[in-house]
Design a protein around this ligand. Structure first.
Ligand SMILES: *Cc1c(COP(=O)(O)O)cnc(C)c1O
Length: 219
């Protein structure tokens, strides 16, 4: 199947209130343009410099999402244009994003990444730390960032029940935080292998790479 056929399939399959982020990391601009030409406008990358290069080369009505772990010293490269940063996991990082957003006279939308998987390798905050952060006085002083929801990654396993439980856990945290903050709107969970389970469990933003663009070759 071609990229546009894959996208067509997602468009018919996904509920209308679920946003599809086309994860284009490692893929050439020609692949992204094929997706763009079949109507896709939201793209996700996990390396800031790669995203910046693609942003420069591609049409300016694209929404660029940073879905990967963010190093503070690179925030400045994406601050002029990034639409949503999915994987924020510390106050220090938020402070840096706020500083660079201010320089660009922008407000940058962020998601807090919550650790729901078993694997030690997955980044993210635990629920208590996120709750403390959201309730803190310091965060109110950051006028150029907005925390609009949560992001999480389930354990990489064939055990659907475990994956569902992890997604349910995140949905529950999302609903609890939402009670205190009406700006909470986005629950980013689900990738090529588990987006169906994620949507069943309340996701409204899925990050899909290989099921659209094919397998990635890392060199
Ligand atoms: C690469 C990546 C994805 C997409 O993965 P696929 O399995 O190719 O759909 C989603 N989220 C994050 C954070 C990623 O790094």
């Amino acid at each position: 199947m071609t990229i546009s056929e894959n996208l067509e399939k997602f468009k018919t399959e996904l509920p209308a209130d679920v946003t599809l982020v086309a994860v284009s990391k490692t893929k050439p601009v020609s692949d992204l343009m094929e997706a763009y030409n079949s109507g896709q406008r939201v793209f996700g990358e996990n390396k800031i410099q790669e995203m910046e290069t693609k942003w420069r080369e591609m049409p300016k009505d694209i929404e660029w999402h940073m879905i990967g772990h963010v190093q503070r010293n690179k925030v400045k490269y994406m601050a002029p244009f990034v639409r949503l940063i999915h994987a924020v996991d510390s106050f220090k990082l938020l402070k840096e994003i706020n500083k660079e957003a201010k320089k660009n006279e922008r407000t940058i939308n962020c998601l807090l990444q919550i650790k729901i998987a078993e694997e030690e390798s997955k980044f993210g905050m635990d629920e208590a730390d996120a709750a403390t952060l959201l309730a803190s006085e310091e965060i109110k002083k950051l006028q150029n960032i907005k925390i609009v929801g949560l992001m999480g990654m389930a354990t990489f396993t064939d055990d659907d029940e475990q994956v569902s439980e992890e997604f349910q856990k995140l949905k529950k945290i999302f609903d609890e935080f939402k009670v205190h903050d009406s700006g909470f709107k986005i629950l980013s969970m689900g990738m090529s292998g588990d987006y169906k389970l994620a949507i069943e469990n309340g996701s409204n933003m899925v990050r899909v790479g290989s099921a659209i663009f094919g397998d990635r070759n890392y060199m």
